[in-house]
Design a binder for this molecule. Structure first.
Ligand SMILES: C[S@@+](CC[C@H](N)C(=O)[O-])C[C@H]1O[C@@H](n2cnc3c(N)ncnc32)[C@H](O)[C@@H]1O
Length: 241
């Protein structure tokens, strides 16, 4: 597999995502966007187009926070992406960010997304890559360690409280570059963009410098099989016309 292209800043990613979303708004009709597993926050501000943003999530508390703090969803649905029943060909854009690694049968959810998308519609998918040093460590460490990491290393004081992450992870094999590529091949989907994120390397606090050294060491121990330069991946996937 070719080396993955990398976003160096969050802004680069946001610009690309907004560009694809606005390109999908070809005429005057309101763009239908589903934020699947919307959680507490949506990072995109999209000007110049009309759109309806529907958010669905299984966590009521996160949705309550979203409504009280941002009130940016046109429609709020408490539901499980594995079983919720939306009409076929309903959405122009589905935005799914850091959700599939928390779902035991992620492939069922991906198939639902494809069913719910209109022809030519796009799926924006953000996932951690299972086959990276971080992905490996996340899979082989207990959940309490994930809470500890978020709370004390990433300084998120609410980590582990109801309505806040981290959420338990499954990291099925599909949650990887190779897994998503194969899924797209099997389902005739076009990968328009594939990027890794390199932001974490830039955040060089004292502890993080040590973590990065450890990550490089684990990369060597794995004979390079576990990638270290990226942790997360972003895809823009198009349902064929
Ligand atoms: C790590 S958070 C990501 C939230 C948001 N998308 C973001 O990028 O900040 C994962 C979200 O997925 C939601 N989630 C997990 N399993 C789900 C399921 N089966 N159906 C719907 N939402 C789910 C969680 O409740 C949580 O809000």
């Amino acid at each position: 597999m070719k080396k993955v292209k990398l976003f160096e800043t969050t802004n680069q990613e946001i610009i690309l995502l907004k560009q694809y979303i606005t390109e999908n708004a070809k005429d005057e009709t309101e763009l239908q966007i589903l934020e699947a597993g919307c959680g507490r926050y949506w990072p995109l501000t999209i000007d110049g187009i009309q759109y309806k943003l529907t958010g669905v999530d299984i966590d009521k508390k996160a949705l309550k926070h979203r409504k009280e703090k941002f009130n940016d969803l046109s429609e709020i649905i408490i539901g499980d992406l594995r079983s919720i029943d939306f009409e076929k060909n309903k959405y122009d854009v589905i935005y799914n960010s850091f959700v599939l690694e928390h779902i035991d049968n992620a492939e069922t959810v991906l198939k639902n997304f494809i069913k719910w998308l209109k022809s030519g519609g796009i799926l924006i998918l953000r996932i951690p890559d299972r086959y990276t040093v971080y992905g490996f460590v996340a899979r082989f460490t207990p959940f309490w360690f994930h809470v500890f990491y978020k709370k004390y290393i990433r300084s998120n004081k609410n980590a582990g409280k109801p309505g806040f992450g981290p959420y338990p992870t499954y990291y099925k094999p599909i949650i990887s570059r190779v897994g998503i590529r194969k899924f797209c091949e099997r389902n005739n989907l076009i990968i328009k963009e594939e990027y890794g994120h390199q932001y974490y390397i830039k955040k060089q606090t004292f502890i993080q410098k040590w973590i990065i050294l450890l990550v490089k060491f684990l990369n060597l121990l794995s004979f390079g099989k576990l990638a270290w330069k990226h942790v997360d991946l972003t895809y823009i996937i198009q349902k064929d016309n």
